[in-house]
Design a protein around this ligand. Structure first.
Ligand code: HEM
Length: 180
């Protein structure tokens, strides 16, 4: 996973729970070599999983909830990195389409070591979108948080339903996004 995600997690923990919590997570980690990460470097996915798992234990929260909050926090950073794209859309459904068909493709073009999830979209009607999330990393709850973050950006109120989830033994993760 790219360092930008690790830096985002560090910033999230520091801002939401304090630097002492972040240092405690690093202290308990067996895999992290230091408390700082470089945004453009590539790190083993296992390190992030470990840091997230320790964070959830320490904060006495579910991993899914931690990933969701982290995703909401991370969205403005990713949007900042794609600022030239943010004016291309004026609503969250069009933006998700833009992420899958333009932004994530550009990310991989400019950095062949990057891996982004597949987000297959099916717009059911003006208020409802089905999104099939596929990634070997299985961080569908991070995707949920990022979608809530995107909705905040476009001043929209969305409800998310995890219709099916690989963490519940389903074959795929299917998210139903409804605008209110
Ligand atoms: C709501 C919008 C978005 C969603 C749902 C989304 C989803 C995700 C998820 C879930 C991941 C984690 C990796 C995985 O699942 O395998 C990811 C990685 C990433 N995304 Fe997005 N993303 C969004 C917007 C953006 C934007 C605006 C950018 C701006 C450049 C971006 C760039 C990246 C990068 C750099 C990674 C890390 C790739 C790597 O570690 O190799 N994403 N995205």
């Amino acid at each position: 996973m790219k360092g930008v995600i690790f830096c985002g997690y560090r910033d999230y923990v520091e801002q939401a729970h304090g630097i002492v919590t972040w240092l405690e997570i690093i202290d308990r980690s067996e895999l992290a070599e230091s408390s700082s990460f470089i945004a453009t470097d590539l790190y083993d996915d296992k390190i992030l999983v470990e840091l997230l798992t320790i964070g959830a234990e320490l904060l006495d929260t579910e991993l899914s909830e931690l990933l969701r909050s982290f995703g909401v926090f991370l969205f403005p950073t990713l949007a900042g990195a794609a600022s030239h794209h943010m004016d291309a859309c004026d609503n969250v459904f069009d933006f998700l389409d833009h992420v899958e068909n333009v932004i994530h493709i550009e990310v991989k073009k400019s950095d062949p070591t990057a891996y982004t999830p597949s987000l297959i979209l099916d717009k059911v009607d003006d208020q409802t979108l089905l999104l099939k999330y596929t990634s070997h990393r299985q961080v569908c709850f991070l995707a949920e948080g990022l979608i809530y973050g995107a909705a905040n950006h476009f001043n929209e109120d969305v409800a998310l339903e995890h219709v099916s989830c690989t963490h519940r033994g389903d074959k795929n993760c299917l998210l139903k996004v409804t605008t209110k």
